[in-house]
Write a protein that binds this ligand. Sequence first.
Ligand code: NAP
Length: 337
Amino acid sequence: MDLGLAGRVALVLAASKGLGRATAAALAAEGADLAIGARNAQTLEATAATIRAESGRRVLAVPVDVTDAAASAAFVDAAVQAYGRIDVLVNNAGGPPFGSFDDFDDAAWQRAFELNLLSTVRMTRLALPHLARDGGGRVINIVSLSVKSVLPRSILSTAMRAGVVGMAKLLADELGPHGITVNNVAPGLILTDRLRETGAGDRVGDAPLRRAGQPEEFGAVVAFLASARASYVTGATIPIDGGLIRAIGCFSGLATRAKLRFSTARKLRFSGTPSRARAYARPPAVPSTVFKAGSGSRAYAKRSFSRGRSSRRRRTAAPTVDPCGRLDGPRYRRAAR
Ligand SMILES: NC(=O)c1ccc[n+]([C@@H]2O[C@H](COP(=O)([O-])OP(=O)(O)OC[C@H]3O[C@@H](n4cnc5c(N)ncnc54)[C@H](OP(=O)(O)O)[C@@H]3O)[C@@H](O)[C@H]2O)c1
């Protein structure tokens, strides 16, 4: 399949190694010219030389720390000067440290904010005036699997990526009329230096494919999203995780509906209209596949129903289910008995 990337110009950040490098290589292999950035000039130039040799495309290597506003502006300027246009922007950066809430002070939160959220906002703002508006404009943010299902000790990353996903969703709305798509890719366990260093790869056995992903497998998905073939995909967050995330959807709307129904039922019961209260208290119809996949909606609905009946349960059944249906923790287990 021709992805229609030949002659397009792609900017890829944090591209000297790992996911950024694999993304850059995949885009160049499809015929895109590149501007790539990372902090270490030597590693970056070596990567650019390899991609040039492998793809025959033009690869501009511009050292940049994405937390530095002036350097980020210089990076975009250099790309525009070299190519006169931008079609694809791939936002990426190194990941913040792993740890628990107690491990991080204001300074650590500020660093994570600048590295993983502000850098994306700023780079997008800088590139936007130059981004193609012919239907080929693409913004792709590399986030993390934790935006779909939280990972232990990834509090900095999870909090910042959630901000990126929220921003991307609204940006997709704003840029859609200009023919620009905005999407996120959420890597699970992809075999890069970061994965090796953090030891997060220990979880590969949990994935249906029973292995970590190769950076090239990640790059291929990003190249597709960047391509003309993905022209009707926007505002999406695509997991690239070997199936690690088990949830099949987010039913927060349903959970909210259930909550509303039961609070209305309670009010009606106390106002002396028990038959209408019973009608409201009926759990909403949800396809059985939803329950099999472990959604919390039915459990939530059931517990809300019980809460209406028993004050003892009301005390123990505080929800510990997230809107995407993860059921866990001692409070949930106690409530479920
Ligand atoms: N690999 C996975 O399975 C996985 C899973 C979930 C999320 N992620 C996220 O995906 C992103 C990339 O991960 P990776 O596995 O590819 O990491 P990696 O192999 O360690 O590569 C990180 C790249 O980012 C560059 N970089 C780091 N800080 C930078 C900065 N301030 N400005 C510009 N470039 C910077 C590095 O080059 P320099 O050091 O020279 O700047 C390098 O090129 C990270 O945010 C990570 O948290 C990865």
